[in-house]
Each structure stands twice: as C-alpha cells, then as structure tokens.
Design a protein around this ligand. Structure first.
Ligand code: AMP
Ligand code: GLY
Length: 423
C-alpha cells in the first residue's frame, strides 16, 4: 500500500515504524515529518493543514490511505476533504474532532450518551468560576474550552491560582470547572469506523515535567504498556477493555453517529480509575503521544490492515487487535526549558549507541538534520527512547541505558517512568 502519514512527532514516527515492521512492502510517505521519520519514510512537500492540497497530492500519487497524526489537521477539516473525494483516511472529520477540540462539546456528548465523567460547570464569568470552585471544593480543576496545546488545564489546591487561570481563558469563552477525580490515569485507544470499535492495549502517560509527578503539565514525559495493576484490579486486561468499550466508547460512537458526525479514526479515552469506578477526563481524536510509542511496538496485528478497515468501514470484519506479551517503556528527552520555553537548535548525539542496546529504538519527536549532517533539536520534546523487554525491570533498565547514551546539552528527562511497575 501507499500510505501518507501527516505529522512530525514521535507519535508519527511510531506509526511509521509499525507500518514498516509489517514487512509488507508499503510505500511510506510523510509530511512534514522530521529527521528520524526521514530515515523510515519519504518526506513529501505538502501542507498537512490544507485539505485540498493533501487531496490533490493523494490523487496524483495514488495514495491508498492517509493517516492523520495530530489534532490540528483534524480540527482544520482535512479528513473531511479527503473523504469527500473518496480517499481512505484514518482520522475524524472536523465535527467529530470537536470531541477533542471543544471540552463543552465533549461534555454534552458524554452527558447524552450516559458516559461516566466528572461533574462540571461551564462558567462564563469570574463570579461563576468562584462559585463553582467553592461548590466542588479543593483540589480545583479548571479547563479552557478549546485546544490549548496542553496548557489549558490547571489542577491546584490554590484557589487564587485556579481563578487566575480562569481569568486568562475567560476572554476567549466559557471555562470548565470540574470536580477533582482521584486515582491512577489510563489512556485507552479505540479504532473506530464510525460504527464498530476495536480497542488497543492500555497505557499510562506521565504528564508532569518532574519526577514524582511534580512540576508543570507537559505533553507527556514517558509511558508504559501494558498496565499490570489494572489487569489485576479488573480481573484481566480484556475485562477492563470490555468494560470501557461498553460504558464509554460505544455509547459515544453511537451518539456521534446519531448526530450525523460519525467518528472515523482513533478515539482516545483519557480515564481516571477512581474508587467509584472509571471516569472519563478527556477525549482526544487521535493517537496519544507518547503512549503510541509503547502501544504500537506491542501490536502484533498489522496496523495498516486495522487502520484501512477503520477508514473504509469494515472494522467489523477484523478480529480484535492482538498484542505481544512483552512490555514497553518510553522515556522522553526534552530540551532545556521545556515546557515553558524550550531551547532549540542544539546538537544531539548518541542515538546509534542507544539503538545498539537490545530491545531499544529511538522515536524522533523534534529533530532536524543540520548542515553538517548531524542532528539538532527543534522543539521541546526531542526524542523518545523506547525499550521492550520480557518484564518492566528489563524494559526500564534498557530504556535508561539508552537515555544515558543520548547527548543534548541542557536536556532533561524523568527518572521514574514505570518505576512502580518495575519493582
Ligand atoms: P487534560 O489536558 O484534560 O488531559 O488534563 C491534563 C491533566 O490534568 C490530566 O492528565 C490529569 O492529570 C489532570 N486532570 C484533568 N482533569 C482532572 C480531574 N477532573 N481530576 C483530576 N485530575 C484531572
Ligand atoms: N499523552 C497525552 C496526549 O497525547 O494528549
């Protein structure tokens, strides 16, 4: 198959590596890609935010499947244009992508579909925010309504900080004040063709910048999959997955279909497993980053087959995706100053040495080739060291040995990814 992947992060690199590992002779294209993706796919010059341009490119080059990685092209309606022109695309249209793009829309759909989520109030003024904060009590959760590149959410016990955060976003629309949910977080991905869903294996993301879940929220500093404690609690991973499929994914997919906005692509359920049960804290309309980097290496079923089936409405004919028994851990290397103000342009070395370690590979997030042929960092999250192993002790040890090989001046990473499950 000729497959075009839109995006430029480690998530897209992970998707491309999974497609490549099928050994099916796919022709892999990427736009805009990065220096790591360029080693595994052909970089093509097309604006991923321009639906007409992507459609023209796909038609001209006989692309069989377009996979949309990040939310921006989805929210820009790129998948709608491709679908209108009959090009198979994995990624929801603009209306269904609002599940990620608008927290108010997501809350309404959840309410109508009867999906368990935190109680929330839409506040339009600081007075309404203050009243809601006091009604729910501390810790406080305040969320901006639209896409805010991971910066829209604050979780704090400081009432004034919660008010200040609300004040920052209120000029652009209502903010969501939500009840605090306590418990471990789980990311569960569902492939959907608008009607049928197929779950992937659960993963856990580490969102805070520093060890011990301290510091500011980030796009994600590491991840691991599967989640042994979750399987234990629910009597097996399959039981958990079935529960969330029945209580969350299917009701939402059906509700969106009833609205005339079928969800074709990846439904990312961000969950908190509370004492009272599983609750949704957010939906995304795309693969999670960095969770994808640990979920896809464990996928045994060919990814292209699953994504094409989702894109063409034939997921019902596909068996449940199969996963290997081994485990995966990824640790993100971030630039100095990330997430506030990352320093870019510095050289990176040690990737070859890291990848010489058994079970280790590097997914590139923000890298470019410098004029001298070397690599430089071009963003906050620079690369992911991914390690597989028979158990978490092995995978973790490999991942951190890989991390030790990477040289990037001023960079930082968390040292406690998957520490709890590796004991
Ligand atoms: P989001 O951008 O919605 O993923 O939120 C960022 C992070 O804030 C999540 O990963 C959670 O750690 C935390 N969070 C969001 N909503 C809640 C909530 N209702 N209760 C507790 N923590 C939350
Ligand atoms: N890992 C969080 C996200 O992809 O939104």
């Amino acid at each position: 198959m000729k497959i075009l992947v839109l995006g430029s992060g480690a998530r897209e690199h992970a998707i491309i590596l999974a497609l490549k590992s099928e050994d099916a002779g796919h022709e892999l294209l990427a736009a805009p890609g990065n220096a790591g993706i360029a080693r595994d796919a052909e970089i093509v010059d097309v604006d991923m935010l321009d639906g007409a341009a992507v459609t023209e490119f796909a038609n001209e080059h006989g692309v069989n499947l377009v996979i949309v990685g990040p939310e921006a092209p989805l929210v820009a309606g790129v998948a709608d244009v491709l679908r209108e022109h009959g090009i198979p695309v994995f990624g929801p249209g603009k209306a269904a992508a609002a599940l990620e793009g608008s927290k108010a829309f997501a809350k309404r759909i959840m309410e109508e579909a009867g999906v368990p989520t935190g109680r929330a109030t839409h506040a339009r003024s600081l007075d309404e925010v203050a009243a809601a904060l006091d009604a729910f009590g501390a810790p406080h959760v305040v969320k901006a309504d639209g896409l805010a590149a991971g910066k829209g959410v604050i979780v704090t016990s400081d009432r004034q900080a919660a008010l200040d955060h609300a004040a920052e976003y209120l000029p652009t629309g209502p903010v969501l004040v939500e009840e605090f949910l306590s418990g471990p977080e789980v990311s569960l991905f569902f492939l959907s063709d608008g009607d049928t869903v197929r779950a992937l294996s659960p993963a856990q993301d580490f969102k805070r910048a520093l060890d011990g879940d301290e510091g500011p929220n980030t796009g994600g500093m590491g991840a691991y999959s599967p989640l042994p404690w979750l399987a234990e609690r629910f009597g097996g991973e399959d039981a958990f997955v079935q529960h969330v499929t029945d209580e969350v994914a299917l009701p939402v997919i059906r509700r969106l279909d009833e609205e005339g906005t079928p969800f074709i692509g990846l439904l990312y359920a961000g969950l908190i497993v509370t004492e009272a049960g599983v609750r949704v804290i957010e939906f995304n309309a795309r693969f999670g980053d960095p969770e994808t980097q640990v979920v896809l290496p464990r996928l045994v079923t060919p990814l292209s087959r699953l994504l094409l089936a989702a894109a063409t409405g034939t997921l019902e004919d596909e068996p449940a995706p199969a996963f290997s028994d081994d485990v995966a851990v990824t640790v993100v290397v971030a630039s100095e100053g990330y997430p506030e103000s990352p320093v870019t342009g510095r050289p990176i070395t040690g990737i070859v040495e890291a990848e010489a370690i058994a079970g280790v590979h590097v997914a590139h997030a923000a890298t470019a080739q410098a004029d001298d042929g070397g690599l430089i960092a071009t963003g906050g999250r620079v690369l992911n060291v991914v390690a597989r192993g028979a158990d978490f002790r092995e995978a973790r040890e490999r991942a951190y040995r890989g991390i030790a090989e990477i040289r990037l001046e001023g960079s930082h990473h968390r040292t406690d990814i998957a520490a709890r499950v590796a004991q």
